[in-house]
Design a protein around this ligand. Structure first.
Ligand SMILES: Nc1nc2c(ncn2[C@@H]2O[C@H](COP(=O)(O)OP(=O)(O)OP(=O)(O)O)[C@@H](O)[C@H]2O)c(=O)[nH]1
Ligand SMILES: [Mg+2]
Length: 982
């Protein structure tokens, strides 16, 4: 037994050979392979006689470092496999090796197509009949009930209420908000994005119509959504809260519709507030309604004087409806008259309807209509036949016991289930109203009658927005909604998918049929026949009917309808025109003009990723933001800052939310908001400024002067279109301003068009300057001008309302010495120096601010405005209500936080809208070096411009001050210094 252990007591086993000594090593060497193993194998062969196992122990001594305890990778995988060994984890512990699948969901979507009360095939069929289709946009001021109005129509056609209630255990009276699908819309309770739906609705005669409707947001910051939606529509449904009346965004919408030549109908909404909130007697309620309609008509008349009569909205014309969208009823005089006719067959609907509005009185005893009240108790027909019955219906339903109510309702032929009498008052009222008013057929009649069909509407669209010739076959096909014609689609909106990864393009098919898997040309906003760069070929992968919460896939959408397209969004940023690969007769493709906004993006923040490595992610996010918000612009400033420009505080809030959460999913550093500025001049240059090209062979002389305000306005309003040929523009000037626009003294350039109006004018004399030679450098001078006006000399902000006159030009005879490299920077310098010699001023954007609130809020507004360089323009009570309305002006730069400030001051009773109104000159001379600005002290009024310029320069990383000498020719500078001009 002792043999089993060595002298130290270690087990050595029963081996008999001498090799025993290494047996402990042997155990450890079990994995020794490779060369050593071979060696030992060889050794083993030698010792075969001794019959020891092949991998038995060998005598070879293996150094510790040569020992191999585990098989190497090449032993396991063979020599053909390359093995890489990672010594350290590159992936953080916190990061899972396999990412869990995250389902991002930022919009509410139906899982399946919800049940509807019409057949979807029927809807698809209706699309083929343009006369039965109407494309309308619902627009109006904030919270005037547009989404609720859509809800009314959705509930009429969709069976979704029960389904929604079940799913979320929702309270019954909570608003459905079917078209508010974005997370923010639901959180904040206001619409942010336009939302389209196609519904089949019946007229009073029972005829079905296809209504393509788009619900637009009412907040003034989102007018861009309205403009983009309205572009695709043939008419606007203006929704106005009868209590608040015409508000600032109502005005904007009316103005927009009138200027774009869009037919409009009015829905006077929230009629219940007259009864339940203001508790107005029916006679007064009539005047309140009338007043609101008059307000609307006044804005129409003010927008285009002389057109008001033609476009007048009035109930007896049938283009005004009355509604309470929360109670889901809506009627017109015609549909109300029909309700009477249904009960009293002797009543002629049309005759009765026109007698239901205006100064027409009903004399109860003689039962006659008269222009003046003849009998005691004679009332206006609208009061007698419309308002009083509604008032009675409301008061009975809300005050009577179920038993009495049942009897009362029976007289009106309204029958409810016993359980329904037990629901709460609001629901009961809704059920009663539902039976009393029935579906919104009157609304359907109104739209069908007063808003043109897509075929008629297409003519307006072509005339106003199409850049191509109207005599072409393609245009003819668009004008007649020919679904067999060449495909043309005008896209103005992009909607993101619910995971926010991709976009679908929303537009109107003007000609042909949009079918999936079809290759099209996508023409961007910059596309022209001369410059085809902004064109890509893409494949339409899907064509859906958009229904906000769900999309109905189709195998084709014919002309006259709206379509949601998959697969084509890649090159589209704002709007686009999609055109078939081949047009008849090889006709050229033209675009529809970009959407025109009444507004400018002046609110600006700079964004930066917290983690610099996430920059590419942010850039991708910015690209998507640009697609999603029509008025957002993003750009990189000289300093390398990425700036985002939007319309206002709420807008920017939503944009940044979407950037952080939806599109980039990252944290961002956001700078304090600032505004854009503009630079302008107020006098004509004191001297003619010249600039020499770097090779000193050419000399340009220019003068800058303020642009005639009338011309500036005409350019801005689009009366003269800067994209038109110079000849056409010239004609406009001659007709309107008696301008001498001979070939020698002509206008060379406007623009650049996204900036303020500026003009470059050739004022050289043919006797002095060889015009032919001059023409050779015209384009390069123009480029220098456009560079200069894009970034002015004060703080690299755009120049606005300035006219640059080229007075004299000396050119090198050899073409080689007057290339772009010589002329462009020189033209820019000539613009700059003449600009600086013409009393330059800074301009800032100004909001018009309008507030509604109780009387005591008015004083607060005065105080808060005065503290922010603003002032009140007018104030007064809103007729028929306890509310006051105040209008004023407020510089955008001082508006940050104003809304919150005012809310705090007025305990949240006041609501405020801020709309970009104008550019105005900042007080003070921005070049005045005598002004001393002290840190942490507000600049005095006269130092404001100087303060802004210096701050902006510092932020942009420019030299501390504007140096005139940098732009002036040295000898000119010297002579000016000597004469004391500088
Ligand atoms: N009293 C009354 N309130 C209504 C009526 N219609 C809507 N409301 C209320 O008005 C508020 C705004 O309604 P919305 O339908 O969201 O209005 P909107 O015009 O879509 O609002 P935005 O899209 O944010 O501009 C909600 O609180 C509704 O409950 C109505 O007919 N009568
Ligand atoms: Mg809404």
């Amino acid at each position: 037994m002792d043999d089993l252990y060595d002298e130290f007591g270690n087990f050595i086993g029963e081996a008999e050979s001498d090799d025993d000594a290494s047996s402990t090593g042997q155990a450890a060497d079990a994995y020794v392979l490779g060369d050593d193993a071979e060696e030992s194998e060889a050794g083993a062969n030698d010792q075969q006689l001794m019959e020891i196992d092949d991998d038995g122990p060998s005598n070879a001594v293996i150094l510790h470092e040569d020992k191999q305890y585990y098989p190497s990778a090449s032993d396991v995988y063979g020599p053909d496999v390359e093995v890489l060994v990672q010594e350290e984890d590159t992936q953080l512990l916190t990061q899972p090796i396999i990412d869990p699948v995250i389902q991002k969901k930022f919009t509410i979507q139906e899982a399946d197509l919800p049940p509807v009360r019409f057949s979807r095939d029927f809807l698809a069929d209706l699309m083929n009949f343009p006369e039965q289709i109407r494309n309308v946009a619902i627009a109006g001021h904030l919270h005037h009930g547009k989404t609720a109005f859509m809800d009314m129509l959705v509930l009429e056609t969709h069976d979704v209420q029960d389904q929604l209630e079940k799913k979320r255990g929702k309270k019954r009276d909570e608003q459905l908000r079917y078209t508010d699908v974005h997370v923010l819309e639901r959180e904040r309770g206001l619409s942010i994005k336009a939302a389209p739906m196609s519904l089949v609705l019946q007229s009073t005669k029972g005829k079905s119509h296809l209504f393509n409707m788009i619900d637009t947001p009412g907040h003034v910051n989102f007018v861009d959504e309205v403009a983009a939606s309205v572009r695709l529509a043939d008419g606007v449904v203006l929704v106005v809260d009868v209590v608040e009346g015409v508000q600032i965004n109502t005005e904007q919408v009316i103005k927009h519709a009138v200027l774009e030549g869009l037919p409009m109908v009015l829905v006077v909404n929230k009629m219940d507030r007259l009864i339940l909130e203001l508790k107005l007697p029916p006679g007064d309620a009539y005047f309140k309604i009338k007043h609101v309609i008059e307000e609307v008509n006044k804005v129409i008349e003010d927008t285009l004087p002389g057109q008001g009569e033609k476009r007048r909205l009035s109930p007896e014309k049938g283009n005004v409806a009355f509604a309470c969208s929360s109670m889901r009823w809506c009627f017109t005089l015609q549909s109300f008259a029909k309700m009477y006719a249904d009960s009293y067959p002797g009543v002629n609907v049309e005759d009765f309807a026109i007698r239901l509005w205006g100064d027409i009185f009903f004399n109860p005893r003689s039962r006659k209509f008269t222009r003046r009240p003849k009998e005691d108790g004679a009332k206006r027909t609208f009061v007698n036949f419309v308002l009083e019955p509604i008032y009675k219906l409301y008061s009975h339903t809300l005050s009577e016991s179920p038993k009495d109510l049942k009897a009362t309702l029976a007289k009106l032929n309204i029958h409810l289930k016993p359980s329904q009498y037990k629901t709460d008052a609001k629901e009961l009222l809704r059920l009663v109203c539902e039976q009393f008013f029935g579906p919104a057929n009157g609304f359907v009649d109104m739209i069908v009658k007063h808003i043109p069909s897509p075929a008629e509407g297409a003519k307006r669209m072509l005339e106003r927005y199409y850049t191509g010739p109207l005599e072409s076959k393609t245009a003819a096909s668009m004008g007649s909604c020919n679904q067999d014609g060449p495909l043309v689609i005008h896209v103005t909106k992009l909607f993101n998918s619910s995971d926010a990864k991709t976009f679908n393009a929303f537009g109107r098919v003007l000609s042909g049929t949009a079918k999936p898997v079809q290759s099209v040309r996508v023409l961007g906003e910059g596309y022209t026949l001369e410059d085809e760069e902004d064109m890509v070929v893409a494949t339409v992968t899907d064509t859906w009917i958009a229904e906000s919460r769900y999309n109905i896939p189709t195998d084709g959408i014919p002309a006259g309808n709206w379509v949601l397209l998959g697969g084509v969004d890649n090159s589209i940023v704002k709007s686009a025109t999609l055109v078939a690969q081949k047009l008849p007769d090889e006709e050229d493709a033209y675009i529809f003009r970009p959407v025109k906004h009444l507004f400018e993006s002046v609110f600006k923040v700079a964004v930066e990723p917290i983690n610099p490595s996430e920059l590419p992610k942010m850039l991708d996010g910015l690209r998507k933001i640009n697609k999603s918000y029509p008025l957002v612009t993003t750009k990189v400033e000289e300093s390398g800052e990425h700036v985002v420009l939007g319309t206002g505080e709420l807008y920017m809030d939503c944009v940044l939310h979407d950037l952080r959460r939806l599109y980039a999913d990252m944290e961002l550093k956001v700078s304090d908001p600032v505004t854009r500025f503009c630079e302008t001049v107020v006098e004509t240059s004191a001297i003619k400024c010249y600039a020499l090209t770097p090779n000193k062979k050419n000399k340009l002389t220019m003068v800058a002067e303020p642009l005639d305000p009338g011309i500036a306005e005409d350019i801005e309003s689009g009366a003269v279109n800067i994209k038109d040929p110079v000849r056409k523009v010239g004609k406009f000037f001659e007709d309107n301003y008696g301008y001498d626009l001979l070939a020698s003294r002509n206008i060379w350039a406007f623009g650049p068009d996204d900036m303020g109006p500026n003009i470059l004018q050739n004022d050289t004399l043919p006797s002095d300057v060889d015009q032919k030679l001059l023409r050779a450098v015209r384009d390069t001078i123009r480029q220098g001008f456009s560079w200069a006006t894009r970034e002015g000399p004060l703080c690299e902000e755009p120049i606005r309302n300035a006219k640059f006159r080229v007075m004299d030009v000396n050119l090198a005879p050899e073409a080689i010495f007057r290339g772009g490299g010589q002329i462009i920077p020189t033209a820019r310098r000539a613009c700059y120096s003449s600009f600086l010699m013409a009393s330059p001023r800074l301009m800032e954007p100004v909001y018009s601010c309008s507030m509604i609130g109780p009387a005591d809020a008015v004083a607060s507004l005065y105080t808060v405005l005065a503290r922010r360089r603003g002032h009140v323009l007018q104030d007064g009570p809103i007729a028929g209500t306890p509310l006051y309305s105040v209008k004023g002006l407020l510089p955008v730069i001082d508006s940050f936080g104003f809304e919150t400030d005012l809310r705090i001051h007025t305990q949240g009773q006041a609501t405020l809208s801020l709309v970009f109104d104008r550019w105005s000159i900042v007080p003070g001379d921005p070049l005045d070096r005598d002004i001393k600005l002290r840190p942490l002290e507000p600049a005095s009024a006269q130092a404001t411009a100087r303060d802004f310029v210096l701050k902006t320069r510092r932020r942009k990383g420019l030299a501390e001050d504007v140096t005139i000498s940098k732009f002036l020719e040295p000898e000119l500078f010297r002579s000016l210094k000597e004469t004391g001009i500088l």
